[in-house]
Design a protein around this ligand. Structure first.
Ligand code: NAD
Length: 361
């Protein structure tokens, strides 16, 4: 297969971790007989430095003309970087919001997986951590409360703030379809999270999800109220496979799910539109405190590249081989500084990339 991938290396540790993900992708491509064309573009702080704006039309055009985008994190030290003296619409994060909008990325996927050998980093009780977990939070990204009308008015001398939570059935249907399709590639279970005992938007959510589920008879569907889900995530995270939810609930639950893995450098993510196109990036930021030192953990970005192979290119075998290589390297006791514990072997960012690439195929 020929793959056309736009690459945004980003700021801080971005260039270091993306270079390692490309090393791993190249190895997978050569082992399994694929061809990759990379097209590097700028976004975020690097784009501000080069062009005065965080996102250019050219970057958008090249991303749109690619099958997928591989991205490192963007942004700098928010206290000291000159990028944060600019008005908000010119800062690095505006580029991120702009590109998500331009590419119509409405489905955000964040896996939370606990590697057995890293279970000490899990803040939950040992007996819960030992059971392990492997879930994927699918959050609606372009609708709901964060995008509804908002205003603050004064009524009879009292200030009143109003935020609007809206969802159309189409917005719900397209993400529900994604969730069922992705569950088909995993353990075939969707837990849809809402607040249907109170909110109309949740009642519509639940009925559309039920409707969509009829087209996927082999996928088990369960509905869970968001308050219960927040509790279940810390009580028994092993019960979750795909968690489908709206924007604000997903914002909160995906952070809770990442927290229980205990290791920020391991968390991948993907944002998808209604085609096979996706933008793949680590969940963490640009870690300016360790940038340029070759000590960052590249695994989140490498796992994001594996998600790209699985979800954009349907190359499940290749994605499996990257995920297995990561698991093997950890089992053999290799660690970057952020996940290092006594008795394990500390590697640099580039050494970790090479160890993983070396185990593919
Ligand atoms: P951060 O995630 O960059 O860093 C938090 C802590 O985790 C730091 O101590 C950092 O060294 C460590 N860390 C993060 N990733 C690591 C890795 N791969 N390996 C080893 N250690 C790692 O969060 P922050 O410091 O709050 O933000 C820094 C910048 O990143 C800010 O400009 C912020 O806006 C931006 N940011 C960007 C994204 C994105 O690009 N999607 C997401 C979050 C934050």
């Amino acid at each position: 297969m020929k793959m056309k991938i736009a690459v945004i290396k980003g700021d801080g540790i971005g260039p270091e971790i993306v270079t390692e993900a490309m090393k791993v992708l190249d190895k997978a491509a050569s082992v399994y007989g694929h061809e990759i064309e990379y097209r590097q573009v700028l976004m975020g702080g690097a784009s501000i430095d080069a062009y005065g704006v965080p996102l250019t039309e050219e970057t958008i055009a090249i991303c749109k003309d690619s099958d997928a985008v591989l991205m490192g994190s963007i942004g700098g030290d928010t206290n000291t970087s000159p990028w944060y003296k600019l008005e908000p619409s010119k800062r690095p994060e505006a580029g991120l919001l702009g590109i998500r909008k331009a590419l119509n990325l409405f489905a955000n996927l964040r896996p939370a997986y606990l590697y057995k050998v890293l279970s000490d980093a899990c803040p939950l009780k040992t007996e819960i951590a030992q059971k392990g977990f492997d879930m994927l939070i699918m959050r609606e990204l372009t609708g709901g409360l964060y995008f509804g009308d908002r205003k603050t008015i004064t009524e009879n001398g009292i200030k009143k703030a109003i935020d609007t939570l809206e969802y159309t059935e189409e917005e719900i249907r397209r993400i529900a379809i994604k969730a069922f399709e992705i569950a088909g590639k995993r353990r075939k279970k969707v837990i849809s999270v809402d607040k249907a005992n109170v909110l109309d938007s949740s009642r519509l959510w639940r009925s559309v999800v039920n409707e969509v589920s009829k087209d996927y008879p082999d996928i088990e569907l369960e509905h869970m109220l968001v308050d219960n889900c927040a509790m279940q995530l810390v009580k028994d995270p092993s019960q979750f496979d795909v968690v489908l939810t709206e924007n604000m609930f997903g914002d909160i639950l995906s952070d809770e799910a990442s927290m229980i893995t205990g290791s920020i450098g391991m968390l991948s993510s993907a944002s998808l539109n209604d085609t096979k196109f996706g933008l793949y990036e680590p969940s963490h930021g640009s870690a300016p405190d360790i940038a340029g030192k070759n000590i960052a953990n590249p695994i989140a970005t490498i796992l994001s590249a594996a998600m790209m192979l699985r979800y954009t290119f349907d190359l499940d075998k290749e994605a499996d081989s990257i995920e297995k290589a990561v698991s093997d390297v950890l089992d053999e006791g290799f660690r970057t500084g952020d996940i290092y514990t006594e008795g394990t072997k500390k590697l640099s960012c580039s050494e970790m990339g090479s160890e993983i690439a070396g185990r593919i195929g």
